[in-house]
Design a protein around this ligand. Structure first.
Ligand SMILES: NC(=O)c1ccc[n+]([C@@H]2O[C@H](COP(=O)([O-])OP(=O)(O)OC[C@H]3O[C@@H](n4cnc5c(N)ncnc54)[C@H](O)[C@@H]3O)[C@@H](O)[C@H]2O)c1
Length: 244
């Protein structure tokens, strides 16, 4: 890693939105560090990106493993951008959700984001950018109580980090994706997928590249003086049903 590109670390980069983000940030001129707990697909995705550029590193770890995260950060010359994209999700109605569901999603989606951000922020210089991937679901949604609660936590964390890190010149923002066609979405039954698409004002499902585009805006060194903001990319769903 001896080029003079800015360094962007992307979590959950083995597939889906994280992989699309790693690809986009590479195109935008960053040296990209891809992180995921799933080693084999991560290595395969990193190898695919290296076909176009060698400015790609990868590291298999869980974002909840403080020691592994700290060791990675210590090996990097610096971090300019952190994209906290890794998360877990499953469908489940409130009546049948368990404490284990709540604890597992909180541990990865909120505490993992906190651990990554705290370790990265230790070495970030003035002008650093942190982008958290939340979800439009933080507003509300059907049969997602544990996930929604964790993503509302990500929004709270984003805004509190934005305030606490502002005096160090580090910008912290979040993306709130709506329905996006990834393995997470494909894990739902076909009936549930159709039900969700029908609720979209656009009647479309977004693509990972659409979210990567929003992340690229907050990650760009040209985006200054913006912090604590939530950019919702959801086919208009967050406008509510009042317009239909
Ligand atoms: N797909 C959607 O419709 C949608 C909608 C709204 C928000 N989101 C959010 O976008 C982000 C990416 O979603 P996706 O659909 O690409 O997900 P995905 O499940 O396809 O990919 C998530 C990646 O994160 C990794 N990961 C999970 N836990 C980890 C951990 N503890 N440490 C390191 N890596 C871990 C997984 O191995 C996986 O490769 C998530 O934060 C998700 O909540 C997705």
């Amino acid at each position: 890693m001896n080029d003079d590109r800015e360094i962007a670390l992307v979590t959950g980069a083995a597939r889906g939105i994280g992989l699309a983000t790693a690809r986009r940030l590479l195109e935008d001129g960053f040296h990209v560090v891809m992180v995921d707990r799933n080693e084999e697909p991560l290595a395969a995705s990193a190898a695919a990106l290296r076909e176009t550029s060698n400015a790609v590193e990868h590291e298999a770890l869980s974002i909840t493993d403080r020691a592994a995260v700290a060791a990675l950060v210590a090996r990097l010359p610096r971090i300019d951008v952190l994209v906290n994209n890794a998360a877990i999700f499953w469908d489940g109605k409130f009546d049948t959700a368990t404490e284990a569901d709540f604890k597992a999603m909180y541990d990865v989606n909120v505490v993992g984001t906190f651990v990554m951000s705290q370790e990265a922020a230790k070495v970030m210089q003035r002008g650093g950018r942190i982008v958290n991937v939340a979800s439009r679901a933080y507003l509300a949604g059907y049969a997602h109580s544990a996930y929604i609660t964790s993503k509302a936590g990500v929004i709270g964390l984003t805004r509190s980090m934005a305030i606490d890190l502002a005096e160090r010149g580090i910008l912290v923002n979040a993306i709130a994706p709506g329905l996006i066609e990834t393995d997470m979405f494909r894990s739902l039954t076909p009936e549930r997928q159709q039900e969700l698409i029908a609720k979209q004002p656009t009647k479309t499902v977004g693509q990972p590249e659409d979210i990567a585009n929003g992340i690229a805006f907050f990650a760009s060194p040209r985006t200054k003086n913006v912090t604590g903001q939530i950019l919702t990319l959801d086919g208009g769903r967050s406008m509510g049903i009042a317009i239909y």
